[in-house]
Design a protein around this ligand. Structure first.
Ligand code: ADP
Length: 319
């Protein structure tokens, strides 16, 4: 292994830059040449590739987004597109590829590895929806962004004695909602893993009000449905003014937390180690505090184990 390529793909996440920095500097430290690939698989197919040095990643550890840019690429979903991508890698002399992204990007990396490319995936997504790793890069930062917003919404919700529904990201994974709901002291957390019952929810709101609760904060994961719609239903049943807040892309930006930066550094270093060991189709992650690597097929077929215990704690503390 002499030359590695690195790209970021799919939805961006805070900490991707810290991961790029870790990969580039670890690789250079090991005597490898590093090629940066812009705009994910799209830039790979189009040859948007340049050589990186230590200075290329200066002053980015604290920045959100990704200096390599990211994109979604339909052409890469076709075998023809992937064959072109594999050829471009050869043209640039790249014999190992680091892909920072989520499950879609990993599926792409897996298919590319079937064409003989050595690929390693680093989990970069705010959703925390990759079952093989306890945490993905960006989750902790997004969680803290959501928590900050919840604190603020709580203030105004209390002043007006209203119900607030806060919709957060996470696609089909409820982790952002669950962790932020628990940390923010929400009255209810509604996540795809558990669903919800409107009557029960409204009863909790009304009982809470009777007990003297000044506000009622509901954290809703986007995978369950829209906040506006839910707010309307709650208002209809309870008669209490209910406001919806959709946090949206604010959750994907911002300076990465210390946790995400340290995770990015550890996973970036591991990715280079894995490539240098000659492994072909791997992903890196963290389990029980230890950095691990795993076969990409196995990782993608790992079923998510929902943390019932955490959900129960959130419920028990909520009323
Ligand atoms: P994420 O990596 O955040 O889950 P996406 O699902 O949008 O984001 O995937 C990013 C890119 O990875 C896609 O635009 C596409 O180029 C590639 N990709 C995703 N799924 C596949 C697939 N099934 N086959 C080939 N490439 C894929």
């Amino acid at each position: 292994m002499k030359t590695i390529g690195i790209l970021t793909s799919g939805g961006d996440a805070p900490g991707m830059n810290a991961a790029i920095r870790a990969v580039v500097r670890t690789a250079l430290d090991k005597g490898l040449k590093v090629m940066g690939i812009q705009r994910g698989y799209s830039g790979l197919i189009n040859g948007e590739i340049f050589e990186m040095n230590r200075h290329s990643v200066s002053d980015i550890i604290h920045r959100g987004g990704t200096i390599l840019r990211t994109a979604r690429c339909e052409e890469f979903r076709t075998e023809e597109g992937r064959k072109r991508a594999a050829k471009v890698l050869k043209v640039f002399g790249i014999d190992g590829l680091v892909v920072i992204g989520g499950d879609g990007s990993f599926t792409g990396a897996r298919l590319l590895s079937e064409l003989g490319v050595s690929a390693v995936g680093i989990p970069g997504t705010i959703d925390n929806d990759l079952a093989y790793t306890q945490y993905t890069i960006g989750f902790d930062t997004a969680l803290n962004t959501v928590l900050d917003a919840i604190n603020k919404i709580r203030d105004t919700s209390t002043s007006h004695e209203r119900v607030s529904v806060v919709e957060v990201m996470g696609r089909n994974c409820g982790d952002i909602a669950l962790y932020a709901g628990l940390a923010g002291g929400a009255e209810s957390v509604i996540i795809p893993e558990k669903g919800y019952n409107l009557n029960e929810l409204c009863r909790n709101i009304l009982e809470g009000k009777l007990r003297g609760k000044m506000h009622n904060l509901i954290v809703l994961a986007e995978g369950v449905g829209g906040a506006e719609e839910l707010a309307k239903k709650i208002e209809e049943v309870t008669g209490i003014i209910t406001r919806a807040t959709i946090l949206g892309h604010i959750q994907r930006g911002g300076s990465p937390s210390a946790f995400d930066r340290v995770l990015a550094a550890r996973l970036g270093a591991k990715a280079i180690e894995v490539l240098l060991e000659g492994k072909k189709a791997r992903v890196v992650g963290i389990r029980d505090g230890k950095v691990i690597d795993q076969d990409i097929n196995e990782a993608l077929s790992t079923k998510r184990e929902f943390d019932e215990e955490l959900f129960d704690i959130a419920r028990a503390l909520s009323y």
